[in-house]
Structure formats: structure tokens, C-alpha cells
Write a protein that binds this ligand. Sequence first.
Ligand SMILES: C[S@@+](CC[C@H](N)C(=O)[O-])C[C@H]1O[C@@H](n2cnc3c(N)ncnc32)[C@H](O)[C@@H]1O
Length: 249
Amino acid sequence: MDIDTGVNHAAWTAVSEKYWREYDELLVLARDGFSLVDVEREVLTPLLARGPEVVHLQSGDGIDDHALVKAGARSVVGVDYSSGAAAAAAKRATDLGAPISYVVATIPDTTLPDGCADLVYTGKGALIWMTDLDAWAREVARLLRPGGHLWVYDGHPAFALWSWDLDEARIRPDRRYFMRSYPCDSYPANGAVEYQWNLGQIVNAVVAAGLPIRHLGEHPEPFWKMGEMEAAAWQGHLPNTFSLLAGPR
Ligand SMILES: C[S@@+](CC[C@H](N)C(=O)[O-])C[C@H]1O[C@@H](n2cnc3c(N)ncnc32)[C@H](O)[C@@H]1O
């Protein structure tokens, strides 16, 4: 499947109306500030306690930005190419008086200055939209100040393999771990194409950008479930998410 970021951008633009439709309920979630998952709280708490300036790549609804501030971040700049998502998130930040701002840009060209972040935070449906992971990792390294860290908590590369059967977990016949890309049949669909990066490619891209890995975890919980779906593959015996911290000790 050919790389065509225009198709993906159009697909995200098509669904971005939802950020306004769901504005009020997202505002409640943002105000609560509880969206970080256990491993994020466990690994990031000491870093956030230092009051870092954070850049959130693919910030989407921006809910995590409020959780990062609540946990200690001095400021967050979210970057997303969906202008609808960024505009709704920016209004939420203003409504709540939070030190969070948004930039509309296509990653890896974030348009942010060199060395502007102590922490680059990303995930929860991010890397599958990157068409060039080495370029993404180089951009992360460019954004970080000396001593800065990268945090990723995202779908495990194997997540795309599992069927959503309830009785037993199966491998989808149309997926392979070493596939390059496949049509998105969940969200945002609309002709979008997902890119399959395996764990080795992710780790190697980060290391090649000069960022030493400090933590790599594999977790059974998915970061997202379509609607109220349940699946046998999400019951605790298969990897569905991973976490990665890179940077100095
Ligand atoms: C599944 S959402 C996840 C976002 C966020 N983690 C959240 O929980 O809302 C993926 C986001 O990536 C954005 N995106 C995808 N490709 C992008 C790119 N190349 N540059 C900037 N944003 C991108 C989309 O607009 C969308 O908001």
C-alpha cells in the first residue's frame, strides 16, 4: 500500500467535528485530569514533579494535556494536524485556565523551535499514523533540550493482529506482524491507512536518533476499545499496549 498522508489527513478532518459535538463531556474529563494510565503515572511522576515543559505530539482531544499539568507539567504544547481537534482543545484549555496551547502542524514537521521541550509525550493511537518513523524520532530529538525525555504509551504492534472475537483470541487472516500498512477499518476509517511499525523498528528509530532507552514495557490492556466492544484478546494474556521512556537517567 502506498504512503499517502493526504488520505489520512482528510480522514481525520472528516471526523474532527466530534471534538465539538463531545465538547462538554471532554471538558469534564479535562477538568478531572485523571486520564494518565497506571504505567504513565508510575514512570512519569518523577519527571513531571520537576515541572517540565511538555510537547504532546498528536495531541488529539488534548485530555491528557490537563492530566500532565495536574501531575506537575509547567506547560504543554499540543501538536496535531487536525485543526478541529486543536481548536476544540485550545478552547477547553482557555475555559479551564490551563497553561496549554496548540499548534496545527504535520508531524514530523512540527514548526516548533529546537530544544523547546523537557518531555515529548505521545501515544494512544499515534505511531500508526507516522509514515517515516526515523524522521519522527529525529524530530523528537530536535525538540528535546539536553537532558530531555521521550515518553510513548501506544498500541502494541501486535494489537492489530488480534481478532475481536469474544469466545477466543484469533489472529486476523488479513494481518501480519511484518506488514507495512493496512486499511483502517475502525477509527477514523474514511479510507485511512495505518502503518505497522514493529517493536524493533520503534526501538531502533529512537536509539538511532540518539535517545537511549530507559524503560520498555509491554502491557495487556488496550489503550482504546471501539464503542463498548470487548474481545478475548483483551483479557490479559496478549500484548495490547507498550510503553517506552528514552533519555538520560
Ligand atoms: C488516535 S488520535 C490520538 C490522539 C491523542 N493521543 C488522543 O488521545 O486524543 C491520533 C491523532 O493524530 C493526529 N495525526 C495523525 N497523523 C498526524 C500527523 N502526521 N501530524 C499531526 N497529527 C497527526 C490526528 O489528527 C489525531 O488527532
